[in-house]
Design a protein around this ligand. Structure first.
Ligand SMILES: Cc1cc2nc3c(=O)[nH]c(=O)nc-3n(C[C@H](O)[C@H](O)[C@H](O)COP(=O)(O)OP(=O)(O)OC[C@H]3O[C@@H](n4cnc5c(N)ncnc54)[C@H](O)[C@@H]3O)c2cc1C
Length: 569
């Protein structure tokens, strides 16, 4: 239905990521549409994902959070001039009248209310940060990092340099990014996570590598320990108390324990919500009311591997969903959004952690029982080009070889790995499809056999039974058992001096192994576990032993670089 003068009225509530994207798309599709954005706060199109880097001092000009790629601040004048979109800032949508297709809005400066009619409404109201229901929440010195006000507050703390100790509650993406930002400000940081690991999109042993890296940067980490109370003196935060009774003195606490879809407006309008509290939308990003679309952190979308509805509060998805909602709001349902495979990435100082698809634990939780995993550690580039380590854990369906998920951590080029795996998963590729991938290669960019291809090779070898891998967790348990296996470190003596596990291993460099076979257990059925720094030499050692009659030889996947526990050296 077109409006009074024949032009379609597109009303968008929410002016950060999904909303402006939807509005801009609607405008591009229909030059004559009347497009209006309602935004509660004064700012528009905030790059929320940049807040940790603003707080951390990576850049100083706050306007850069609000700029178009050409450097123009996206304010109402910009939206009107560049896009002919009316952006009503400091205006709150307070109720939706679905029958009359109007939204009641209030100007937050004057208190005046106004009704905005629509032909299509797009909800892009985002998400709200969760706050644990513990005593002391009213104390001064407790913040989240969700809004631009939070970013302003934490940036001021950074600049004032008065605070010496802070606690970050929550070891997810935003919590970890906040740790780095505050640590760079010279503040002593402790991160507290209720669950047994940080970054729960990773499997435990991968998250442990991240935790070890955080600790190496001087961040204190408490996992498996929840927040019990904020402690105060004279109305100001003085510390936090953990569930196990530990008290951590601090002047600042940043709470980053996840977000909940901001859907009160939609709920009151009677729109259908899902189990996670997000708006239920179909593949057209259309809610249970055909005239109302929704996009971004306020919706639940389909997980493309499990088929389940999930809340995926990511900025890239918000934009993509907004684009689909904007087009459909103008043209009717013409384009679809297929859902998410759960791709995410996080910077941890000079380290990166990322995931796409399902981790091993997520695969099992979702009923994928016949899976196979492999861990690969290798550099992203040749040593002469300053190659840096990547550790990847790949999860595949055993019978079909279809890639279900990949996680990658390390100082190397993790983002490139993840982008490749994400496309492989989206394309439904198998390990066999990947072993001969034609990827770009020159020494400044990768190894001749890229880390992704090497990971696929390891998985292929494992599926074919050539690589008999064992995880670090299993090796540790066996090493500590009453009947430990023979543990063979296949590196050189210098490397052994510099770094070693210290779990009862014997050093026999792979180059000397053929001449020193007499040092191996004479019983050819003795369990032998080989490893090296990344387990390439470990694999070669295992093949030598098997060729010489040992029947129970395995390789510790990922080698010492993927060992998540403390080392002797
Ligand atoms: C610190 C931080 C770091 C992040 N880093 C990443 C990252 O690296 N990668 C990534 O993919 N994602 C990241 N995200 C997530 C990403 O920012 C969000 O997924 C994205 O902003 C969601 O966009 P949205 O438009 O749905 O919602 P929001 O950005 O939450 O915007 C919703 C807007 O709607 C307005 N609004 C709500 N209700 C009303 C109402 N009734 N009337 C008027 N206006 C209203 C709000 O004021 C708000 O401005 C990060 C988020 C944060 C906070």
């Amino acid at each position: 239905m077109a409006s009074h003068n024949g032009n379609r009225r597109i009303l968008v509530i929410g002016g950060s990521a999904a909303g402006p994207k939807a509005a801009a798309k609607a405008r591009r599709i229909d030059e004559n549409a009347e497009v209006t954005i309602i935004q509660r706060i004064p700012e528009l199109s905030m790059a929320s994902c940049g807040y940790p880097y603003y707080v951390g001092g990576f850049f100083d000009d706050r306007n850069q959070l609000l700029c178009s790629p050409t450097g123009v601040v996206r304010d109402p004048v910009y939206y009107m001039n560049a896009k002919n979109i009316v952006a009503r800032t400091e205006t709150e949508a307070i109720s939706i009248d679905r029958r009359n297709k109007t939204v009641l809005c209030q100007d937050m400066r004057t208190g005046e209310t106004d009704e905005f009619p629509y032909d299509s409404l797009i909800l892009a109201t985002g998400a709200l940060p969760n706050i644990p229901p513990v005593p002391g929440r009213e104390l001064e010195g407790i913040s989240t990092l969700q809004s631009i006000r939070d970013a302003d507050y934490l940036r001021r703390i950074r600049d004032e340099k008065k605070i010496t100790k802070a606690v970050v509650i929550g070891g997810g993406l935003i919590g970890i990014e906040t740790c780095e930002a505050l640590n760079l400000a010279g503040i002593e940081i402790t991160v507290v996570e209720l669950l047994p690991q940080l970054l729960t999109f990773l499997d435990w042993e991968m998250a442990r590598l991240v935790e070890n890296h955080l600790r190496s940067k001087g961040v204190n980490v408490f996992t498996g320990n929840g927040l019990a109370a904020f402690l105060g003196e004279n109305g100001k935060l003085a510390g936090v108390k953990l569930a196990n009774g530990t008290e951590l003195p601090c002047e600042l606490a940043v709470v980053a324990v996840g977000v909940t879809p901001n859907t009160s407006l939609a709920r009151e309008a009677g729109l259908e919500l899902g189990a996670k509290g997000g708006l239920i939308v179909n593949e057209y990003m259309q809610t249970s009311d055909p005239d109302i679309y929704a996009a971004g952190d306020c919706v639940e979308i389909k997980h493309r591997i499990t088929g389940k509805r999930v809340h995926a509060p990511y900025g890239d998805l918000a934009n993509l969903e907004g684009r689909v909602a904007g087009e459909n709001a103008v043209l009717g349902n013409t384009v679809t959004f297929p859902g998410t495979i759960g791709t995410g990435i996080c910077k941890i100082f000079d380290f990166t952690a990322a995931t796409t698809g399902l981790s091993e634990h997520a695969a099992r939780e979702n009923g994928f029982d016949d899976i196979i995993t492999v861990t690969n550690a290798s550099p992203d580039k040749p040593g002469f080009m300053n190659g840096k380590l990547l550790v990847t854990k790949l999860v595949a369906d055993r019978s079909t070889g279809r890639v279900l998920g990949a996680q990658c951590v390390g100082p190397g080029a993790v983002a490139k790995q993840m982008a490749q795996w994400a496309m492989a998963i989206q394309g439904g590729l198998t390990v066999e499809d990947l072993v001969n991938s034609d990827l770009p290669y020159a020494p400044p960019f990768s190894l001749a056999i890229d880390h992704l291809i090497a990971t696929a090779h390891l998985m292929q070898n494992k599926i074919k039974g050539r690589l008999k891998g064992i995880s670090a967790a299993e090796v540790k348990a066996k090493a500590e058992s009453a009947d430990p296996p023979f543990l063979l470190d296949a590196r050189g003596p210098d490397e052994f001096e510099a770094m070693r596990l210290g779990i009862g291993e014997t050093l026999i460099p792979v180059g000397a192994l053929r001449k020193r076979l007499h040092e191996l257990p004479t019983d050819k059925d003795t369990e032998i576990i080989c490893f090296c720094k990344i387990s390439l030499r470990g694999y070669e050692a295992a093949l030598i032993l098997e060729a010489n009659g040992w029947r129970n030889v395995r390789v510790m996947e990922g080698g010492i670089m993927a060992w998540p526990y403390a080392r002797e050296r």
